[in-house]
Design a protein around this ligand. Structure first.
Ligand code: AMP
Length: 321
């Protein structure tokens, strides 16, 4: 059975974008018997420390993210928190001994995130080696990856190929595949920017926003001044309206017979609230019993440690340790 691997960084509160673009496709794998895979889904807490962070906030966001992943129906997968599987950090060091400074300095994300800071953490620079370890430990044959992470997965491939040819065939070199098109949700206040979890304010719908907050945010969504009879339509020149229509469709709503922006916003609010309601209900139930959530993740980490141990041991032995 093929392995599937996906990590979510607890660097902020998860958004509607994370649900429609990541959690829902991750949960869908279970219904798809033909493509059923052995799924490993993790909370990438180590990756949330590459820029200045607050320990208490990281701890609470890690638990919130872990609980939301379970609430989103990922319980068919092996769920884990990255820092609980020591092999990730251990293999990352071996891969740092395989990578060169030049190739890490070329990473777009390092250049972009480091640009405005007077000083950057070393971990922002070495992060792609940890990400390569996240992948290579599980020997997946394929890694579906969106545009923003492609360069990092290409580096993981390069490191695997270099390691194998220098020290012996330890790693499976994963193929990069394009993920099945998931919804790409844009900010409601700036519909040309992705709705990201590091963003805040009225343009970002969080998964734990109560219905009245969702209503307020959607009501303030940017549209345009078009009042024509066909104003409610997908059109690259109308990014705000297009985004609302995409969200409506992704949440199972229909725009048939909707002709005004007011009616569109009402339909979007209803659809999003209905989409979030069962998730929030499960989240509340799970939060009432945090030892259950912790237990699921501890069992998952145990399985990860078993799967990762022989790969790490082979890499250590090949390098002379
Ligand atoms: P991030 O929150 O950027 O770390 O991404 C975590 C996962 O959620 C990745 O699989 C992203 O592709 C997905 N994701 C994040 N934001 C969005 C968005 N606005 N629309 C669709 N997918 C998203």
């Amino acid at each position: 059975m093929d392995r599937r691997l996906s990590l979510i960084t607890p660097s902020g509160h998860l958004t509607l974008g994370n649900l429609l673009g990541a959690l829902r496709p991750m949960a869908a794998g279970r219904q798809d018997a033909q493509n059923s895979a052995d799924c490993f889904y993790g909370v990438a807490d180590l990756h949330a420390m590459t820029t200045p962070h607050d320990p208490a906030r990281l701890r609470s966001l890690s638990l919130e993210t872990a609980t939301l992943m379970l609430a989103a129906g990922l319980d068919h997968a092996t769920l884990f928190v990255q820092s609980r599987v020591a092999a990730h950090a251990q293999l990352a060091y071996l891969l740092e001994c395989t990578a060169s400074t030049g190739e890490l300095a070329r990473m777009i994300q390092f250049k972009e995130k480091g640009r405005e800071r007077p000083s950057t953490r070393v971990s922002l620079y070495t992060y792609p080696a940890l990400m390569a370890a996240d992948i290579l430990l599980y020997r997946p044959r394929q890694v579906p990856v969106g545009a923003d992470q492609r360069q990092h997965v290409e580096l993981a491939r390069d490191l695997a190929i270099r390691f194998n040819s220098t020290y012996g065939p330890v790693f499976t070199v994963p193929e990069i595949t394009v993920p099945a098109a998931g919804a790409r949700v844009m900010r409601l206040d700036e519909p040309t920017r992705k709705m990201g979890k590091s963003g805040d304010g009225p343009g970002v719908v969080r998964l734990l926003d109560p219905p009245d907050v969702v209503r307020r945010k959607v009501a303030r969504a940017v549209t345009d001044s078009d009042t024509g009879p066909d104003a409610v339509r997908r059109d690259p020149a109308k990014p705000g309206v297009t985004n609302l229509l995409d969200i409506l469709a992704a949440c199972g709503g229909s725009a048939d017979a909707i002709t005004t922006y007011g009616a569109l916003k009402k339909a979007v609010t209803d659809a999003v609230v209905a989409e979030l309601e069962p998730l929030q209900k499960r989240y509340a139930d799970l939060s009432a019993d945090p030892t259950y959530v912790t237990g699921v993740y501890e069992a998952g980490a145990e399985r990860c440690r078993e799967v990762a141990a022989p790969v790490l041991a082979a890499a250590q032995a090949a390098m002379g340790l």
